[in-house]
Write a protein of this length. Structure first.
Length: 415
């Protein structure tokens, strides 16, 4: 998917193309700030910079360059990140939302693809046409106050090792916020860039690096402690009808951290018991609970076939059918005028099965903080119940159909 993200060119970035200029490496200072990092069992979306209160903040001078490692959305002067996220990057079809609805007719060949929506350009957008290095940095002054056309999006930065160099030309006294492209936007994940007068002191790279080291240790220790706590978490209750219901969790998040694991990793129950997987703790990621393992993560499973790259000949404005004309060497459409998109199949996003296992395929559908709620999908924070009707001391293996085999678990059923 990383290669696909690098080459996919979708519509929303065209909204900000007019904002982007290519500058020269003449800035007085260049600061490097990392946005996000890997933690045990997952990742963190925290901005790694010195904090004012709980908010990552750097002070720079007009004309300084900031290398935002990992990319972000740079918001216009006067636009706060929380309101921007709520109004323009949350609901289905918001300009910077993770998901867009798919109005196109279903693809039928070479296999049926019934797609209610697709990934938005905030997730797989083409990279901004500048900023790969310090000699070709973007230039942004935040003067376009429109929260859509005035937002400068980094797009995918995998081709530049995560680097995105932007010269900030806002005036002294002005503030520009850098908000994550995907996941939570809050006071811990955003970066506040304050432009100060030339006679005022700017943040040093030494201070940024020290904050990065401190916060990296904090996030990784938090992830380890949360993982250890969740591995010990196993509760149950009995319903009025006498059925024993066990609690489990498909991933668990904090404001910044996403742990990509099933908790408990191996749940031991008895024949006739139910397991209830909870998704309400998800703030960063989206997951599924899918049985059996092969249906979730096998060669022909949902993890490999639930998201389908297709080409759209008439764009989002038309309802004509998509085509399966993707060149898988370049991940480009055969016709360069077509839009490349990633469609999420209804089989992936929707709940299926009869609630009992073993038997057929049992699938919770996609649930979490990012997935949109539609009439065809389950509530994104609703629990998922599954009753186990047959003894299996080797354990029934299952997985998340988004993250595949590395996010798996077992349910061992005693007689």
């Amino acid at each position: 998917m990383r290669k696909l993200k690098r080459t996919a060119a979708l519509g929303a970035l065209a909204l900000v193309a007019s904002l982007v200029q290519v500058g020269t490496a003449s800035a007085a200072e260049t600061f490097t700030v990392q946005l996000g990092l890997g933690v045990p069992k997952g990742f963190s979306a925290r901005a790694l910079a010195p904090r004012e209160g709980t908010t990552a903040t750097i002070n720079i001078h007009k004309g300084d360059t900031v290398n935002l490692v990992g990319g972000a959305n740079l918001l216009p002067v006067g636009q706060g990140p929380l309101a921007w996220k709520a109004d323009y990057a949350t609901d289905l079809d918001d300009p910077f939302a993770p998901f867009f609805s798919d109005p196109d007719a279903d693809l039928t060949e070479p296999f049926p693809t019934d797609a209610p929506y697709k990934f938005g350009p905030a997730f797989i957008g083409a990279p901004a046409p500048c900023g790969d290095d310090a000699t070709s940095q973007c230039v942004f002054d935040g003067s376009n106050s429109n929260p859509v056309t005035g937002t400068l999006a980094a797009g995918d930065r995998s081709g530049s090792d995560g680097n995105w160099f932007v010269r900030i030309d806002a005036n002294p006294g002005q503030t520009i916020w850098a908000a994550p492209s995907f996941g939570p936007v809050n006071i811990k994940t955003t970066l506040r860039i304050q432009v100060v007068a030339n006679n005022e002191t700017a943040t040093t790279q030494t201070a940024i690096d020290a904050a990065k080291a401190e916060l990296t240790t904090l996030e990784r220790d938090t992830a380890r402690a949360l993982d250890a706590k969740m591995r010990r978490t196993s509760t149950k209750h009995k319903t009025k009808s006498g059925t024993v219901v066990w609690d489990a969790f498909a991933g668990v998040d904090t404001q910044t951290i996403a742990l990509l694991a099933m908790y408990p990793a191996n749940l031991v129950i008895h024949k006739g018991d139910k397991v209830r997987w909870h998704f309400s703790a998800l703030q960063v990621e989206d997951h599924t609970v899918t049985f059996p393992f092969g249906y979730a993560a096998g060669e022909n499973g949902l993890a490999n076939n639930g998201v389908v790259p297709v080409c759209d000949p008439d764009g989002d404005g038309g309802e004509g059918p998509d085509t399966f004309t993707v060149d898988f060497e370049t991940f480009e459409c055969a016709d360069p005028t077509d839009e490349l998109e990633l469609d999420l199949t209804r089989e992936l996003v929707s709940k299926s099965g009869d609630g009992k296992f073993p038997g057929g395929k049992e699938h919770s559908g996609v649930r979490g903080s990012n997935i949109p709620e539609t009439p065809d999908t389950p509530p994104n924070d609703a629990p998922y119940d599954l009753k186990f009707t047959k003894k299996n001391l080797d354990g029934y293996k299952y997985a998340c159909a988004i993250h595949g085999g590395f996010m798996k678990g077992f349910v061992t059923v005693k007689g």
